[in-house]
Write a protein that binds this ligand. Structure first.
Ligand code: ADP
Length: 182
């Protein structure tokens, strides 16, 4: 199940599936500020990449920067993944909407796209950042995410951005949002 929209010099695809299986230049991880791994998509990415090597790479980054603030992004190798790189970004925890959650979510997408561009990444895949345990209302998150991807692809930061949704209900919701925004 997937759908693709032409956006300026590139394209955006919305598809259902498991992000760890995608053969793209980079996949984005919805990480936490300590890059400590965890549940959800973060746990799946750690298992598929190889927990030991990915944790060592994440620990080295945290030794250098202390912690990764919400909205920021860093890069590691993809290790055992089909994807060559992982871009780790931290989405906001939903606290009711008055804690700059929309700005931070937008930054998570925009900074991931910018980092990808700096590393000559042309195809990248995103999970629905903050839409799991971080509790972001999905309709609002979809609007922010798709608008940020549209801007980045229009600017030529990457050639193709893929939104990967886990499960058919999420895929349908995001496809409806994409039909409005893209
Ligand atoms: P956050 O802490 O940012 O909310 P979660 O990992 O809890 O992150 O959830 C983010 C989204 O990722 C959720 O919508 C969840 O359904 C989805 N997800 C979980 N596993 C995968 C996977 N293997 N591939 C793609 N999406 C996934």
């Amino acid at each position: 199940m997937q759908n693709t929209w032409s956006i300026g010099p590139g394209r955006i695809t919305v598809r259902e599936g498991d992000i760890t299986r995608l053969d793209v230049d980079a996949i984005v991880n919805a990480a936490n500020s300590r890059l400590a791994g965890g549940g959800g998509v973060d746990g799946a990415i750690h298992r598929a990449a190889g927990i030991e090597r990915l944790q060592a790479a994440c620990r080295a980054i945290i030794r250098e920067i202390g912690s990764l603030p919400p909205g920021e992004a860093v890069l590691t190798p993809g290790f055992d993944l089909p994807a060559r790189h992982i871009i780790h970004t931290v989405g906001p925890i939903w606290r009711g909407g008055n804690a700059n959650e929309p700005g931070l979510l937008e930054n998570a997408y925009a900074n991931s796209l910018r980092l990808a561009h700096e590393h000559d990444i042309r195809t990248m895949a995103f999970p629905a950042i903050s839409c799991g345990v971080y509790g972001y209302p999905v309709e609002d998150a979809a609007q922010i995410a798709l608008s940020a991807l549209k801007r980045g692809v229009n600017q030529g930061l990457v050639q193709e951005a893929v939104m990967v949704l886990h499960g058919e209900p999420a895929y349908r919701l995001w496809t409806r949002a994409a039909e409005h925004i893209l």
